[in-house]
Design a protein around this ligand. Structure first.
Ligand code: MC0
Length: 140
């Protein structure tokens, strides 16, 4: 089902400060910046590597407000890994299969994600405590 690790989502208090850290420490480059009101985040994608099934990224996430998924995560746990996004060929089909296996879906239908992707989240309680995101990259 998984084609690649699309991105690792990292929650932070200060997006610009964290971008500067990843650029200067690891030599990564920002390829996209977006505000996603629906998800309550300001985010940046930093390119890590290209593979046969697409690229992988570090995604830095700053909450738009405290009362958002990333805002609540920061308040409870502090900065750190927030979720893992896996590339899939067809997010709707993946949701159907996972739901049939009893995995709780946060999103019954795909939503708008970073860089034009269709995304959907699975509940961390059904994935060993890991907030898991399915990512279908746009047709190029
Ligand atoms: C919360 N929990 C987590 C977690 N966030 N566990 C693992 N990883 C996380 N990131 C746990 C809490 O510790 C708690 O467990 C339980 O889930 C309920 O949490 P809560 O404090 O009630 O927090 P809520 O209300 O935020 O609900 C958690 C939930 C929510 C995962 C359902 O955050 C959600 O819907 N997330 C999906 C959307 C999202 O995260 N969007 C931001 C990234 P205990 O044991 O204490 O009960 S958007 C994004 O990334 C887009 C832009 C993209 O990739 O393109």
């Amino acid at each position: 089902m998984f084609l690649r690790i699309d991105h690792v989502g990292i929650a932070c208090h200060d997006l610009e400060e964290k971008i500067a850290f990843y650029e200067s420490t690891f030599g990564l480059t920002v390829v996209s910046r977006e505000v996603n009101e629906e998800q309550g985040v300001r985010e940046a994608m930093l390119h890590v590597a290209d593979g046969p099934s697409g690229a992988s990224y570090v995604q830095l996430l700053e909450p738009l407000h405290p009362d958002t998924p990333v805002g609540r995560f920061l308040a409870k746990r502090g900065e750190g890994v927030h979720h893992i996004g896996y590339g899939v060929a067809d997010v709707t089909e993946a949701l159907r299969r996972l739901s049939a296996q009893g995995i709780r879906l946060i999103d019954e239908r795909p939503r708008h994600g970073s860089m034009g992707a269709a995304i959907a989240f699975l509940h961390p309680k059904d994935v060993g405590g890991v907030l898991t995101e399915l990512v279908q990259a746009p047709e190029r």
